[in-house]
Design a protein around this ligand. Structure first.
Ligand code: PGA
Length: 251
């Protein structure tokens, strides 16, 4: 059975005290009867503390927002997958479009990051998604397929079971413009088929595919009720406990 997952991608927001208060509010108010794994993705300095707070509830865990493509050594400012794992994180988000665009991350570089993460027993939340121009030119399926093939499809069947996909159309991120439930479902279905063709049913049936891009309390339940949508990667709305809780409770 694949898992329902909701991830709070805080990006470069929240000072420490606000971050810890937000975690506390979400932990103490999540409805017990909802079966969903909640993942907080804070900035690096808070990972250890947020992971400690999450220890009290098996359904909560922590992700980093990135990791280095290098393993260790003289790389000032970089943070390795091994360091992130040693601070108690369970996941790492890789290939977010903000990293691809603002930091020129290529599919090849993301592939190395994925390998480092898996070597250190971190699970990967792999982001993919097209620009508006690509969608308008009907290149969105080809583009997402290329991203997945070039960064993921070298993995073995056992390794790929540690990967979650987040489909995030770039035109929907932080814009208030959400993909319709039909647009998102079509792409999720396409992605699941790619994994079935490359691996098998066992892999594709158990693959969690999250939607990200202006997901909010008003559209979450419609998105999450689609057959191939298993949760969300939430940016802006994850910075407010009431909105984030409403999204978690949308299953
Ligand atoms: P958004 O961001 O929810 O603010 O659109 C999603 C993301 O970038 O992960």
């Amino acid at each position: 059975m694949r898992k329902n997952i909701v991830v709070a991608n805080w990006k470069m927001n929240l000072v420490r005290s606000d971050a810890l208060l937000l975690v506390h509010e979400v932990l103490s108010n999540k409805a017990d009867n909802i079966s969903v794994n909640v993942v907080f993705a804070p900035s690096y300095p808070y990972i250890y503390k947020v992971a400690k707070l999450c220890e009290i509830n098996d359904n909560f865990s922590v992700s980093s927002q990135d990791c280095s493509s290098r393993k260790q050594g003289a790389h000032t400012g970089e943070v390795s997958a091994e360091m992130i794992a040693s601070c108690g994180a369970e996941y790492v988000i890789l290939g977010h479009s903000e990293r691809r665009i603002k930091f020129n991350e290529s599919n090849e570089q993301i592939k190395h990051k994925i390998d480092n993460a898996l070597e250190n027993n971190l699970k990967v939340i792999f982001c993919c998604g097209e620009s508006l121009q690509q969608r308008d030119s009907e290149l969105h399926f080809d583009w997402v397929e290329e991203q997945i093939k070039e960064s993921i499809f070298h993995l073995s069947k056992d390794q790929v079971k540690c990967v979650t996909i987040a489909y995030e159309p770039i035109w929907a991120i932080g814009t208030g413009k959400t993909a319709s439930a039909v647009q998102a479902q079509d792409m999720h279905h396409f992605i699941r088929n790619l994994f079935e063709k490359k691996y098998d049913n066992d892999v594709s049936d158990n693959l969690s595919i999250l939607y990200g891009g202006s997901c909010n309390p008003n559209n979450a339940s419609q998105l999450f009720s689609q057959k191939d949508i298993d949760g969300g990667l939430i940016g802006g709305a994850s910075l407010h406990s009431d909105k984030f809780l409403a999204i978690i409770n949308s299953f």
